[in-house]
Design a protein around this ligand. Structure first.
Ligand code: PMP
Ligand code: GLN
Length: 381
């Protein structure tokens, strides 16, 4: 394995899901729902298979999905896109991130991102031969620290890789915070690649602000999303990116040689899902908000300090009261202590001190699963 990939080994999600399988603990580690998305979407995939859409689809994506992504961006955010030149379908958001970072970064370029960061960011930046420069979001409020963000920029900054709503913190960036990122990007003539896969999973009165809607940002912003989160279909691996035609064309060139095309029959089905009524989007959000409240209360009852998330389906808790000293070691022992699996937040950090005893739990699970996890955590607390 080449030296720059050596730090990445096996992902924490694979390790923790294997741990859950081996121990029988409840898996609140890897983020995937345990219920299916909209019935009409599932039926549309079957119909596409039966209709013989089983060969290579067009490289950029099937036309109805390109159009559905463009229509979605206009319907929810007023963003107007040309489906044929400004949208690219990818194999999940993961490939969208990889294709755009590999397309835009030369070896030696710098990428600014916040930590904790989603694990593929660090690995993809390394694959591109670029260097990550981070600014820490600190438990429990995860506010942007202007001084450290400014310090992360330099004349070598090529792009900012942002994620709102943010995994693993559940933070929804405020408009002011995004304006700050945007102004620094403009000052350094950098691209902003914004991972908005949790765009519809936003709670209470928090509001998701797409970076591309900020003044002057559409021309330097590439927006990424995925059906995995919005429609509870993480295994379908249908994602997309959109933005200025030149950046989309660059990503398309790279994507051709990563996967060539995405999976055929799932794309028309996701196009159907994107066109569903507002009540479908709201239904998922409301159900997750109730699950958030259930799990947060349980964690608090068992003595943990919780940072109540405004978005995503993750919550970070401080496990120090349960005896945690080192998060990774603690997460490996959590099945034994409490019969539950979580993910140590320190693996998403360069600054280990920022997250020593923090653990992330996923709440995109059936109520009975969350209730059983709550009982177990209470017994351990
Ligand atoms: N970005 C973030 C912030 C995520 O949480 C995830 C899913 N875990 C992804 C990207 C990857 O999405 P996909 O499964 O569509 O590749
Ligand atoms: N996005 C999910 C998470 O953050 C799972 C990702 C994965 O398994 N690669 O938990």
């Amino acid at each position: 394995l080449i030296s720059r990939m050596q730090p990445f080994g096996t992902t924490i999600f694979a390790e923790m899901s294997m741990l859950a399988t081996r121990t029988g603990a409840i898996n609140l580690g890897q983020g995937f729902p345990d219920t299916d998305g909209p019935r009409v979407m599932l039926d549309a995939a079957k119909a596409a298979i039966d209709a013989g859409r089983n060969q290579y689809p067009p490289g950029p994506g099937v036309p109805e999905l390109l159009e559905a992504v463009a229509a979605h961006q206009e319907r929810f955010y007023g963003i107007r896109l040309d489906p044929s030149s400004q949208v690219l379908v990818t194999v999940g958001a993961t490939e969208a991130i990889a294709s755009v970072v590999l397309a835009l970064c030369e070896p030696g370029d710098e990428v600014v991102t916040f930590e904790p960061y989603y694990d593929s960011y660090a690995a993809t930046i390394a694959l591109a031969g670029a260097t990550r420069r981070t600014s820490v979001l600190r438990f429990p409020d995860f506010a942007v620290d202007e001084a450290s963000l400014r310090a992360a920029f330099s004349p070598r900054t090529r792009l900012v890789l942002l994620n709102t709503p943010h995994n693993p913190t559940g933070k929804v960036f405020t408009r002011d915070e995004l304006e700050l990122v945007a102004s620094l990007a403009r000052e350094h003539d950098a691209w902003v690649v914004t991972d908005e896969v949790y765009e519809h999973l936003v709670f209470d009165d928090a509001q998701h602000v797409p970076v591309a809607t900020l003044p002057g940002m559409a021309e330097r912003t590439i927006t990424i999303s995925s059906a995995g989160k919005t429609f509870s279909a993480t295994g379908w691996k249908v994602g997309w990116l959109s933005g200025p035609a030149e950046a989309v064309a660059a990503a398309r060139t790279v994507k051709q040689f990563l996967t060539y095309v995405g999976s055929g029959p799932f794309q028309p089905a996701v196009a159907v899902a994107l066109g569903l009524g507002d009540q479908v989007y709201a239904g998922l959000r409301d159900s997750l908000q109730a699950k958030r409240d259930l799990l947060c209360s349980a964690l608090e009852t068992s003595g943990l300090q919780v940072a109540r998330p405004s978005g995503t389906y993750f919550v970070i808790a401080d496990a120090a009261p349960l005896g945690a000293v080192d998060g990774l070691d603690f997460a490996r022992r959590l099945p034994e202590i409490a019969g539950v699996v979580g993910v140590p937040v320190s693996v998403f950090h360069d600054d280990q001190d920022a997250a020593r005893t923090l653990v992330r739990f996923a709440f995109c699970k059936k109520d009975e699963v969350l209730l059983e996890a709550s009982r177990r955590l209470a017994a351990a607390g």
